[in-house]
Ligand binder design. Structure first.
Ligand code: GLN
Length: 453
């Protein structure tokens, strides 16, 4: 895999940092242990992985795709990366992302965009485009992403790979640099549903160092993937969400979705249409709640504690902070800090943040009602196949629209997965099928995903 990275990543730009020797040392330890007749640390011991560059690691830099953290190495290890290491998984390196995970194309990275291996003139999705492109270009068989509004699922869809956003609170956020804390969730990415399930069980679990970590047993997702692989969905009730199906989606995406629904029926699933009327407000609510949390979380990049510091020696502390943040943050991060600061201001808080929080509750209720009738919901993962690099960079609203189908899951704290759903008849580019399930029922995603795959 290191050779493959050396060969192709000059063009793809999936990695911001390649670990090299360290990955080989881990791989050799696993080999030696197996040769000595020892039981490997996990089913994935020795299988290398690409880690999104937003997890704190003590032996590699963590940039979050931002100039403000260029060259910074964390003094502590994230729980996710520590779990990977304990499982004997060699970490190949850190992957590219939109700055602080804000974006849908990886073009907001301060280190240049990642390119989609299916067509290098197109975006690999975002914010986890680096992890998805590493999988699709065979630079890594496993990857880790984070999903605040779709950043695991949408890149999976546009690169024809698999990605899961687990139930909120089931994978530790300790050492995951915060974007929007009430939405962020780390998750597994792979090229098959079973690989993704194996990785899911390694990273999930209660962590006392994360105050939002759920103290519940890890769901049996590997067993569910194996059950699903037998191919039958008899007895499974699937809901098609009416509000996540619109004429504004690409024809090729809608055609692929209709075929996918037919396939689920052919596998024995009972399919009905369900309505989730509040979902039409998800985008507006998300783009108030997320910037509000961002404006608070990113206050820590103050030039005083760590990271970039712009200081000519004559400046006041306030001037140093302003100059550093002006130079260190990119335009999308600044835009969201400003929107969030505005939405949280005295006098506007109830109108904006308060209303958005109410919409969030309505969305959760819509889901509850839907799950009284069905076991899982399905929708396209993204309304669009991968678009051309540069096509939406000057139009933030057009970029935000690509998150329409993924945001409701994050707002409710539920789980969802994207599985490859063939190539669009329209443009020959990858399309993803999104499967959603209630909180703490992640195994349903894997059962249906493995049957469909
Ligand atoms: N594209 C969404 C955004 O820009 C989702 C990001 C994410 O999930 N980290 O906010």
């Amino acid at each position: 895999h290191l050779t493959r990275i050396a060969d192709v990543d000059g063009e793809i730009n999936a990695f911001l940092h390649v670990a090299g020797e360290q990955a080989l040392v881990t791989a050799k330890q696993v080999d030696d242990a197996v040769a000595a007749g020892e039981r490997p640390a996990s089913a994935l011991a020795g299988v290398p992985l690409a880690l999104k560059d937003i997890f704190a690691t003590t032996d590699m830099p963590t940039t979050c795709g931002s100039k403000i953290l260029e060259g910074w190495t964390a003094p502590y290890e994230s729980t996710v990366s520590a779990s990977l290491r304990a499982a004997g998984i060699p970490i190949l390196g850190k992957t590219n992302l939109d700055e602080f995970a804000m974006g849908s194309s990886t073009e907001n990275s301060a280190y240049g965009p990642t390119r989609n291996p299916w067509d290098t003139s197109r975006i690999p999705g975002g914010s986890g485009g680096g992890s998805a492109a590493a999988l699709a270009s065979r630079q890594a068989p496993l990857a880790i992403g984070t999903d605040t509004g779709g950043s695991i699922r949408q890149p999976a869809a546009v690169t024809a790979t698999v990605g899961t956003k687990p139930t909120y609170g089931t994978v530790s956020r300790y050492g995951l640099v915060a974007c929007a804390s009430s939405l962020d969730q780390a998750g597994p990415c792979g090229r098959s549903v079973l690989d993704t399930a194996l990785l899911h069980e390694i990273i999930a679990g209660h962590d006392p160092r994360d105050s939002t970590s759920a103290n519940v047993p890890v769901r049996p997702v590997v067993a569910a993937a194996r059950e699903g692989a037998t191919g039958s969905l008899k007895g499974v009730r699937v809901g098609v969400v009416k509000e996540l199906h619109s004429d504004s989606y690409q024809d090729g995406v809608l055609a692929s979705f209709d075929t996918a629904v037919q396939t689920l029926k052919d596998l024995g699933a009972e399919v009905i249409e369900v309505s989730c009327p509040s979902f039409v407000h998800a985008l507006a609510a998300y783009y108030l709640i997320l910037p509000s949390e961002v404006s608070s979380n990113l206050a820590r990049f103050d030039a005083m504690r760590y990271g970039l510091r712009v200081d000519d020696g004559s400046m006041s502390a306030e001037q140093v902070m302003a100059a550093t943040r002006a130079a260190g943050f990119g335009p999308e991060v600044k835009r969201r800090i400003m929107i969030g600061t505005y939405a949280l201001s005295a006098g506007y808080y109830d109108a904006y943040y308060g209303s958005a929080s109410k919409v969030r509750t309505l969305i959760a209720r819509d889901y509850e009602r839907a799950y009284e009738q069905v076991d899982v919901l399905v929708a396209p993962t993204s309304p669009f196949t991968p678009w051309k690099l540069g096509e939406k960079v000057d139009d933030p609203l057009a970029m935000y629209l690509s998150d329409l189908c993924t945001l409701p899951t994050n707002l409710a704290g539920h789980c969802a997965m994207s599985v490859p759903s063939g190539l669009s008849e329209e443009d020959g580019l990858p399309v993803g099928l999104q499967i959603m399930a209630p909180a703490h029922a992640d195994e349903r995603l894997y059962r249906v995903g493995a049957a469909y795959e």
